[in-house]
Design a protein around this ligand. Sequence first.
Ligand code: GLC
Length: 385
Amino acid sequence: MTATEAAERVLRENWVEGEREGTFYAYTRPSPSRYPWQWYWDSCFAAIVWRRFESRRPRLELETLLAAQEPDGFIGHTVFWDRPVSLSRLPFYNVTSPRAHQTGTIQPPLLAWAWRIAVGDPRAEPRIAAQADWLAANRDLDGDGLLWIVQPDESGLDASPKFDPVWGRRSCARIGFPLLVHRNRRLNFDARRIRERGGPVLCETLVNTLWSLSLQALGRPSATPALVERLWDERRGLFLDEAQPGGTRPAIVTWASLAPLALPDLPEGIGRRLVEEHLLAEGEFLTPVAPPSVSAAEPSYEPGGSRGPLRRYWRGPTWVNSAWLVWLGLRRLGYEEEAARLAGGLIGAVEREGLREYYDPRTGTGLGAHDFAWSALVTELADPQ
Ligand code: GLC
């Protein structure tokens, strides 16, 4: 089976349709056994690939996210369409009540950008602008156009080691995480209240990269200049998050430091430094298959997946969405050979191992959940349009 055939098979098998209290829903489950609900950014990635196989499904998928929207514009990180979150998962899920229809937290806001790629002009759908307005009103804590997150999992990069110095024992998949969820639940996941109570809150690179892409898709002023101004570290040649209170800038190098490569308006000199000093550096992000989620130079690098009984995501293996986002930058900047090499590594891994949640960047061995939908993004690399 080619990578594209495998992608189409998984998208079709993971598709689900139904009705909740009179509301029709249709979306791609990230992985039917492990992730049955609708995850915000997973749906955006799935819609992008669906456009290759079905003309109606990208719109249905993203309209289902919009169907979960609250009257104030908010859309959650996970939407529980068919049944509420199970009791065993409750301590780890960011819901304000056990019967909540969705979480009170966000995920990287790429809806407008995904809509532009997969459906059409997002300005024709006012609910997309309403979500952007909610984000600007509730998460742009400093008024410079950048968004702040209240928990590591709002970045989509749950247990990334870059969050260890920020949240410590209350990071995802650490013993204190339920305490963080519990505290934030009491504060209604309100970023301003959380900051007032001592935070931490984080101005995170990936979230703001995808936010900037969405703003541009909506024809609004780009957030890229503010991202460069606030998070670009000229000395290291990397983007580094900022935590408040305190203004610390943890210097743990993960692929998110390179994510702004996906921005068409990233200054070219910055893009070239990200590529030449990091993405293509042996011992950092240049591995036989595709860039790892954490620099190989970090002591926390665990390319074979996390050790121990807890699943600690984003601590070394390669995810297909992250590889695709940096690959967009390689192509834009004219690194054709390097882009082809990256694509070849991932396509080979998918052909051998199927659509897995993540892959060992040294060998391509498939890891994590099976039949993982957003790994279908490999078709973007196999067949660029
Ligand atoms: C994990 C990932 C997150 C993703 C979710 C569903 O929690 O870290 O990014 O959205 O799984 O696939």
